[in-house]
Design a protein around this ligand. Structure first.
Ligand code: ADP
Length: 397
């Protein structure tokens, strides 16, 4: 069964095609359309047969998918003979009121996502717009949404509930839903294969443009740092992270901002960007090296917030087997990994600095006498979405 996994941005469409009929689950092709709606969109494609790049106008996401199917069936570089070979398009969807897990996309699901537009303002609106268009344009193609919240359905109430009146939770869905579910699920499954111990306890550190930690016991999420929305938990490149809502009235009164304006500042102008004016961690590291004290502070605050949840999850799990770093920062910043693990020998965490600073790809970076193993594992959210779409279609979910 061949599954197309789509990653939608407001003006971008990226995809990968997997063959899940093959036990090695190969990625057959990948491609991207950037700057959708502009006078010239950048279109790229690669498969085992070669690569292609082009600049053509692509009006909307429906047109981008049509182009993608054309590339996949191209007589020279294509990997399938007809679009009917694609069994489904799988999407990594973020949040919907009253719906989680893996579902076929229909009107009810899209309306439920729209109900949480203001909870996930950066994610839901462009996804809903594009999914609605694809459902209209390709009515024969099954569309499957794999919600980021799904992996966290196993979190016990003691870690899931906020201390608010019960009806906020039961009637309005005010809970710690958790996100980055595809990535944390990948780490749960991959670490179980690699470490191969019964009842494995791992702390997955997904550190990227947005970041979260997840405590995983025997393959199941038991706590995670993001809550009702992906703005919470650790702070992110431009989003605030944990914040006291009672600061808002003081800011609104002092600045004359509306609630919407203040929420926009918290969701788009905070995090690393708010602290030091840069939202890419590479730029923050470079500025800190050049003596920018705000950039240095941003690094220290980021690491402190990671260690805050790391400490909580070492206690939550009791006897942790491994800490696993993943995503853009987790996989690529030896400095952040070293700062996170600094002076944690008392907790059985000893990093090998040479292993931390050299090598690439999946590897162990702790020293031989570290009781808790420390690993870098490149995440693969797309293969998780592809497997979930397959399992939904074949009724084995
Ligand atoms: P997302 O999918 O959430 O947008 P990624 O997982 O791709 O994000 O991570 C993006 C982040 O990873 C950016 O903040 C970027 O600076 C950081 N990053 C990528 N490469 C490096 C590197 N070599 N050193 C430090 N940070 C890096």
């Amino acid at each position: 069964m061949k599954i197309l996994v789509a990653n939608l941005g407001s003006t971008s469409f990226k995809y990968r095609l997997y063959d899940l009929g093959d036990p090695h689950e190969p990625m057959l092709a990948r491609g991207a359309v950037d700057r959708i709606g502009a006078s010239k969109s950048k279109v790229s494609y690669s498969s085992g047969k070669g690569k292609a790049e082009d600049e053509v106008p692509v009006a909307d996401h429906g047109e981008a998918v049509r182009l993608c199917l054309q590339q996949l069936t191209d007589p020279t570089l294509g990997v399938i003979s007809s679009a009917e070979e694609v069994a489904a398009i799988g999407f990594k969807a973020v949040h919907a009121k009253g719906i989680s897990g893996v579902r076929r996309v229909d009107d009810r699901l899209l309306s439920a996502m729209e109900e949480f537009n203001d909870v996930t303002p950066a994610h839901n609106p462009p996804y809903v717009r594009a999914m609605r268009m694809l459902a209209d344009r390709f009515p024969e193609m099954p569309l499957v949404a794999a919600f980021e919240t799904g992996f966290h359905a196993t979190i016990p109430d003691r870690n899931r509930r906020y201390a608010v009146p019960n009806d906020w939770a039961t009637d309005h869905g005010v809970l710690r839903w958790g996100f980055h579910g595809a990535s944390h699920r990948y780490i749960a499954e991959r670490s179980a294969q690699v470490l191969n111990r019964p009842g494995l306890r791992v702390i997955s550190c997904h550190l990227g443009g947005s970041s979260s930690l997840c405590a995983i016991k025997d393959g199941k999420s038991v706590a995670t740092s993001m809550g009702m929305s992906p703005q919470s938990g650790l702070f992110h490149n431009n989003r605030v992270g944990d914040f006291d809502p009672f600061a808002l009235p003081a800011v609104l009164r002092a600045t004359g901002m509306s609630l919407e304006q203040a929420l926009d500042v918290l969701a788009t102008k905070s995090g690393l960007l708010g602290i030091c004016g840069k939202n890419d961690l590479r730029d923050v590291e470079q500025a800190a090296d050049a003596g920018d004290s705000n950039a240095q502070l941003a690094l220290e605050m980021f690491v402190s917030s990671i260690r805050h949840y790391l400490g909580a999850y070492l206690v939550e799990l009791g006897d942790t087997d491994a800490i696993i770093f993943t995503a853009g920062i987790g996989e690529n910043s030896p400095r952040i990994r070293a700062m996170v693990c600094q002076d944690l020998g008392a907790f059985g965490i000893l990093l090998n600095s040479e292993l931390n600073e050299t090598g690439s790809g999946e590897r162990k970076i702790s020293s031989a006498d570290s009781k808790v193993e420390v690993w870098v594992m490149p995440t693969n959210e797309e293969i998780i979405v592809a497997r979930q779409a397959r399992d939904l279609l074949s009724g084995t979910l």
